[in-house]
Design a protein around this ligand. Structure first.
Ligand SMILES: *Cc1c(COP(=O)(O)O)cnc(C)c1O
Length: 433
């Protein structure tokens, strides 16, 4: 008989791996973690996060590049602290995320602030903490930031998020660089807004910003964007607006399937740096805002099979994780690999993996050929380090899962499992009259 263990390679390999039949994260078997900490449980690998960071660190060596982690991918303060310690700045999209950077004990001078709906208190705290740059998404926002800076007697560093109108070739919900998106300013209209910015009080223009989408696997959309942005920087130059940085945004894809191919980050940076040089823009700093690619394959969601339900047409494995824990399949029809935690050598069957939430959209995986499952078995949902826990909700009054980070043969709880009491505590009873 062939050994099926040889055939399954987790996308997070080597930090997620099998020893004999058991799935491990670094040196800890997931089975032990479920016994100690219960399920559903987010399990991250510290070594894997460091490896993802090191790929960027190697690619930016000897270049003027700042990596600002797009922290909405995973904003747990321990992950923020880890990446901040390694040298990352942060791309934030809310005042809450700024407060998390502060709570993690990380300096705010490498924070850039994106997002179309910045509120006054968020602008104020960002000014007070002296962030690196506001990425402006509209004229109204620009005027508001100028007004608040003026009142606080501070200068706001700004860049304008221009929309280069390139198709990132990704899912429509995570594509942001097309004319019809709500993000950024059309490249045709941006020059006028830069001119306006140069006349507003307490505004200092420092950069150009863009972000064309997420889970981008090909280099071509970035090349198009770089060409357009560099031309735009030259136009600014001509009217005496000299910028200090160009922010290319995030969006670099990860492998969800083992055979996915992702372009090489070093290739992108070599092209970008050469293009700047060619156009006499030597001293311009490059900023990248990767989120998913720093953490996505550094985590799994551990879950238990509660019931097997066989109907005329399907085998359902009903697990204890649901769309409130991991929304990407429901929201984007996203694919996540499913790994058996105990990889026994038996017959394979097709399964739909679904959660207990009362919605037909509550599925995690469809038509997956898996070693046959029984009630009580554990599975690991792969690629769950990014846009999973941060999108979790309490739908169906389900408490949010716990999160841990494994470091070799130790683990740290980085988010306690929520209790149902904590959910109820925030709600108030009306008097009956
Ligand atoms: C979401 C987001 C990012 C991070 O995107 P990834 O696809 O996770 O790399 C970066 N910048 C902005 C403005 C974003 O909205």
């Amino acid at each position: 008989m062939t050994n099926i263990n040889q055939k399954i390679t987790p996308v997070g390999f080597p930090h997620f791996h099998y020893i004999n039949e058991d799935l491990y994260v670094e040196n800890i078997p997931l089975k032990i973690l479920s016994e100690k900490l219960d399920t559903p449980l987010y399990v991250y690998s510290r070594a894997s996060i460091r490896e993802s960071w090191n790929k960027y660190a190697k690619a930016i060596k000897d270049k003027n590049v700042l990596i600002c982690y797009g922290m909405k991918a995973n904003s747990n303060i321990s992950i923020v602290k880890e990446l901040g310690f390694l040298g990352a700045g942060f791309d934030i999209v809310s005042g809450g995320e700024l407060k998390k950077v502060i709570a993690a004990g990380i300096n705010t001078n490498k924070v850039v602030f994106s997002g179309v709906g910045k509120k006054s208190w968020e602008i104020k705290i960002a000014l007070e903490y002296g962030i690196k740059c506001f990425n402006i998404e509209s004229e109204s926002e620009l005027r508001k930031i100028s007004k608040i800076s003026n009142i606080l007697n501070k200068n706001a560093n700004i860049s304008i998020r221009i929309n280069p109108n390139v198709d990132a070739n990704t899912h429509p919900y995570i594509s942001t660089g097309l004319k019809e998106n709500k993000f950024g300013i059309d490249i045709e209209e941006s020059l006028a807004l830069y001119k306006l910015a140069s006349t507003l009080p307490n505004i200092k223009i420092v950069g150009i910003d863009c972000h064309i989408g997420s889970q981008i696997t090909e280099l071509a959309p970035y090349i198009d964007t770089i060409n357009k942005i560099i031309n735009f920087a030259k136009k600014l130059h001509k009217i005496n607006i000299n910028i200090e940085h160009i922010d290319l945004g995030g969006g670099l894809g990860i492998k969800y399937h083992n055979n996915d191919k992702i372009f090489n980050i070093e290739e992108l940076l070599v092209f970008f740096a050469a293009k700047l040089k060619e156009n006499n823009l030597h001293n311009i700093q490059i900023i990248l805002e990767p989120g998913r690619s720093l953490v996505g394959n550094s985590g799994i969601l551990l879950s238990k099979v509660e019931y097997i339900k066989t109907t005329l047409t399907k085998n359902f494995a009903i697990i204890d994780a649901a769309m409130n824990d991991i929304m990407r399949p429901a929201l984007y029809q996203a694919y996540h690999g499913i790994l058996p935690v105990y990889n026994k050598n038996n017959n394979k069957q097709y399964y739909d993996i679904v959660g207990p939430v009362c919605e037909s959209a509550d599925w995690i995986a469809k038509n997956r050929l898996l070693s046959s499952l029984k009630e009580g078995d554990l599975i690991a949902i792969e690629s769950a380090g990014a846009y999973c826990m941060t999108m979790a909700s309490n739908y169906n009054s389900r408490p949010k899962a716990a999160e841990i980070i494994v470091d070799k043969d130790k683990y740290y709880i980085i988010r306690q499992r929520e209790s149902i009491e904590e959910i109820i505590q925030k709600e108030l009873l009306i008097p009956i009259e």
